[in-house]
Design a binder for this molecule. Sequence first.
Ligand SMILES: [Ca+2]
Length: 154
Amino acid sequence: MISGGGYGHSSTGTYCFTSQKISFISAHQINTGYGGSASRAIDGNTNSNYFGYSVTSTNWSQNPWWEASLPRVIKFDKVKIYNRSDCCRERIEGFRMTILKDDQSIFVYDDPNSSWLSVYEIDVPGLAEGNKVKIELIGGSKILSLAEVETYGW
Ligand SMILES: [Ca+2]
């Protein structure tokens, strides 16, 4: 817990009002292209230049997806997604982010931006509980490329 944030109570226990970063333990994706393994988006490095070896890439695919697991069920505060920046930023447009709990969809976010951003910060309402984050592009043929994905919660 982070001090100074205050504490609250929920039906399942005590938590801090100030959420903290909770690291993923494993990551997978539909397939891997150009050496961009799924674990690069959870390596703690937000370097968004593909040639820094810390950005993921799928192959050109129908509905490409990336998914990562947390060590336990958490209450989500927000998810931060760092986009690739050296090229191809627009590929992430219209992405879908889903929070899952034991493979059941708990919260779905469809990004409404009609242009790309460097960093997406998605607030999760209602302290949704889950233990997985999935990011996907709908349609094809597309490449999904992520520099880093961070989860904050309790
Ligand atoms: Ca990374």
